[in-house]
Design a protein around this ligand. Structure first.
Ligand code: IMP
Ligand code: MG
Length: 184
């Protein structure tokens, strides 16, 4: 693996590049089984989804379309504010479409509760949630993922799209950030 200067900020690795690849391929196969013969529209939640989205849509092999929506609730902190804002809206009409939301992590559920409601109000026919990580211990909203890659403990994780203050997204693995990195 190439050297990088981010490894030193990581307390421990939770999922290696290979483990992520294997799990994402499995999720792709499951989505293929579920949606083959249909033309779903993947809706990726920016910015965290970018790596997972790229790998997942290839793994499904589904004839499908892609869209992205930018949402923000974190404001560079490690705790959710609970208030979700649209920072970049979708570019097309989703009326009558079967949507697959692609999210990096389902934590309090505020983001996906907001997004599901928003997409239904825009005329979506159905919504399926595919999240790479699920942190059920922190849920505040009654929302569950249809497909979840890994159930994670209540720790702040970064890498493979997930950030702290917009950094570490490009780590190929998922790891727990050293607390001194965000408390200093
Ligand atoms: P929720 O609205 O609390 O469910 O949070 C969802 C969003 O919070 C995700 O899309 C992430 O951007 C962010 N988030 C939650 N937990 C973590 C974490 O452990 N690391 C990095 N980002 C996180
Ligand atoms: Mg996110």
């Amino acid at each position: 693996m190439a050297k990088n200067n981010m490894d030193q900020d990581i307390l421990k690795i939770l999922y290696t590049e290979d483990e992520i690849k294997e799990r994402v391929n499995e999720m792709g196969r499951e989505l293929y089984e579920r949606f083959q013969g249909e033309e779903p529209l993947f809706v990726g939640v920016l910015n965290g989804c970018f790596m997972f989205m790229a790998d997942l849509v290839r793994a499904t092999g589904l004839k499908s379309e892609l869209e992205f929506i930018g949402l923000s609730s974190y404001k560079d902190a490690t705790k959710s504010s609970g208030v979700v804002q649209i920072t970049r809206d979708m570019q097309r009409d989703i009326t009558g479409r079967d949507l697959i939301i692609v999210e990096d992590i389902l934590d309090s559920g505020n983001t996906l509760a907001f997004l599901s409601k928003y997409l239904m109000s825009k005329g979506a026919r159905s919504i399926t949630i595919a999240t790479l990580l699920d942190k059920p211990s922190r849920r505040q909203k009654a929302i569950t993922a249809d497909y979840a890659g890994f159930i994670v403990p209540d720790e702040f994780v970064v890498g493979y799209g997930l950030d702290y203050a917009q950094m570490y997204r490009n780590l190929p693995y998922i790891g727990v950030l050293k607390p001194e990195v965000y408390t200093k």
